[in-house]
Write a protein that binds this ligand. Structure first.
Ligand code: BV8
Ligand code: ZN
Length: 256
């Protein structure tokens, strides 16, 4: 039985520039539902187009704001898991580490990662839908709505427009600088760890392929086997909270 950790651990131990690219799966063991999980998937009850678009918010601001406040409550009550902690520890183990996430939670930061590139924004940066002013009570403890309960969004103190979640909705552009920086790091790295993503949402999903095309090695960490017929692409099949600590142990503690 080939030891699937052998090459990824060697690559990590010898890497100079590492990119960690994460999706909803890295927060699954913190109790945050993924988007496409069979049972708990956030999209199971609602279609993305019903909730994660500007039109959806204009059509039913209370449903959309209530859903995001429910998600923000889940994140406030959650803790970073062993995968977030291992990723934070990695910063002290390799010469250069960049964390790029599709997630809108702050669990990477709460585990100790710095300079995290949020391609799809953050639940903690609500802003005015009309004038864009940031909402000062962003750190406010969200009320405890259930997943489907409606909540009227707060109003902007400058223009009384509706406050919206600080996330990138479908059909909206990604933050330019963040996206350019993530592409830059992916095209310069020698190893990219792609953790907990189904790779369905564009343009973020291009990042692992960009790294491969630029000559890096890519390791997919996911309980589901991610197709990687490409050369220099490897799979560590399992939960991130188990695989990541084991990968760091194998790479840096010398013991096989
Ligand atoms: C843009 C913030 C253009 C909001 C998100 C057709 C029509 C319309 C649009 C499109 C179209 N085709 C393509 C598009 C573009 C669209 C898109 O990609 N649509 C998809 C659905 C096909 N993209 C956009 O609209 C983007 N913008 O293209 O703009 C433009 C250009 C110029 C000018 C104007 C506009 C914007 C996309 C951003 C959307 N916002 N998030 C919110 O969070 O509510 S996306 C959201 O979904 C997440 O952020 C994340 O990116 C994505 C979910 O993906 P994953 O993270 O991979 O999660 P998923 O649940 O899918 O998978 C979890 C994985 O984890 C699984 O593989 C599972 O096996 C694994 N897992 C489970 N447990 C574990 C685990 N892994 C490890 N350990 C475990 N324990
Ligand atoms: Zn405003």
């Amino acid at each position: 039985m080939t030891d699937t950790y052998h090459i990824p651990a060697q690559l990590l131990a010898n890497a100079n520039r590492v990119v960690v690219f994460t999706g909803a799966g890295v927060s699954a063991e913190s109790g945050i539902p993924t988007f496409r999980g069979r049972l708990s998937g956030l999209w199971e009850r609602f279609e993305p187009s019903q909730l994660a678009t500007p039109d959806a918010f204009m059509a039913d601001p209370e449903l959309v704001w209530g859903w995001y406040e429910w998600r923000r409550t889940l994140v406030c009550n959650a803790k970073p898991n062993a995968a977030h902690i291992a990723i934070a520890e990695l910063a002290a183990r390799v010469p250069r580490l960049t964390v790029v996430t599709q997630n809108v939670d702050d669990l990477h930061e709460r585990a100790g990662s710095a300079g995290v590139l949020h391609l799809h924004g953050s639940l903690n940066a609500p802003r005015c839908f009309d004038c864009g002013a940031s909402f000062p009570d962003a750190a406010m403890k969200p009320q405890e709505p259930d997943a489907g309960r409606r909540l009227a969004p707060p109003r902007c103190q400058h223009c009384s427009g509706m406050i919206r979640p600080g996330v990138v909705w479908f059909g909206e552009s990604l933050p330019e600088q963040v996206f350019a920086r993530a592409f830059e790091e992916a095209s310069q790295c020698d190893l990219l760890l792609s953790i907990g993503t189904s790779g369905l949402v564009q343009p973020a999903a291009q990042i692992p392929a960009l790294a491969l095309a630029a000559g890096a090695s890519v390791v997919h960490i996911n309980p589901e086997n991610v197709e990687s017929r490409m050369q220099n692409a490897y799979n560590l099949t399992g939960a991130a909270g188990e695989v990541m600590p084991e990968l760091l142990r194998r790479a840096f503690s010398g013991s096989p």
